[in-house]
Ligand binder design. Sequence first.
Ligand SMILES: *Cc1c(COP(=O)(O)O)cnc(C)c1O
Length: 413
Amino acid sequence: MRHDANLIADRPTFVTHLECSMTGERYEADRLHGLSRVGRPLLVRYDLDGARAALPRDELARRPADLWKYRELLPVRRTENIVSLGEIATPIIPLDKLARAAGARHLWVKDEGRLPTGSFKARGLVMAIAMAKELGVRTIAMPTNGNAGAAAAAYASRVGIESVVFCPADTPEVNVREIAAQGARVYRVNGYIDDCGKLVGQGAKERGWFDLSTLKEPYRIEGKKTMGLELAEQLGWELPDVIFYPTGGGTGLIGMWKAFAEMEALGWIGRKRPRMIAVQAEGCAPMVRAFEAGERHATRWEDAHTVAMGIRVPQAVGDFLILDAVRESGGVAMAVSDAAIAQAVDDAARQDGLLLCPEGGATLAAWRKALAEGLVSPDETVLLFNCATGLKYPLADQSRTLDKDAPVDFSAL
Ligand SMILES: *Cc1c(COP(=O)(O)O)cnc(C)c1O
């Protein structure tokens, strides 16, 4: 079967309108939107009765295993606007040795590193760019810690949209280069991602760029929502007990939470929800601080620092959506140290052969901490998110050299 067979099928779409996530105010579909009038994210709403009639759950098994199989629950109206680089269904991989060593039974990783451009940012950006194309955008701009810019650049180039990307000066080198290699104009900025976001906002005003920042346009959530649909389908419509999600802007956590509600309305799953654990780094933990203080909004985290760049986000416009989902689910927000992250990455690679990115390592470190603190029990089903391929990050050089011209003592190797 061609991987793009889902793109060719002409399927109806069921978007009815958009809605302010804070006030519930209604916005018309099929128009270009940024944030709502009160400066908060817009959520896409669907005619779920119509979708339920058009898409019986069992039909999904007959479609090619990629993100576009959920077309009826996605916002793109016209098939010709769909863009794709092969957004495969990512595998769920057990970490058997690490689980056994901790006396636990089910420890799984959804490995998102296999998506185009090597990270799950592809899910959000493929949708945002398809919608930008549908709504006539010519130039997009965005702030990034690396992976989002790379995905945006790739899809934008593919559909002929110009892209301008701003990243913190200390963004991993490979990210900065891949963004440029995939056709964006990329600028290193002496600041954090939210400082870059301010530049995007100013440029958008002056130059008419469309602002593709996290949650500042409505469609990245819809793309990230497919993680929730996909994992439910993969696990036989039985959600795991606990999900550990490395949380920066929170798009994926918010998107999955939305997916679970939509699937329940469709009759695809029951009422059970996973406890959602928002994982942050000790050097940048605004959600953890707000969670522990019982606040619904998070204040900016000053002097943010962590090796896990994807979650180095000092301030998130969807803070209350993250915190609401975590609380409703009975989960927590928790922070882990960079040392625990490095240890987790090392252990997963050495023992179970899976090279995690630092953000993925953070979820493993958080699971260990949660297990030790009794927040998770050893017989619960646990799903961690590895959001990017470990190959995108600097690896320690652990090799040794050998002189082929000298005698080699093989017993010493
Ligand atoms: C963007 C990113 C995250 C955070 O994802 P959000 O949904 O924005 O919170 C985590 N890990 C990696 C590798 C990322 O690129």
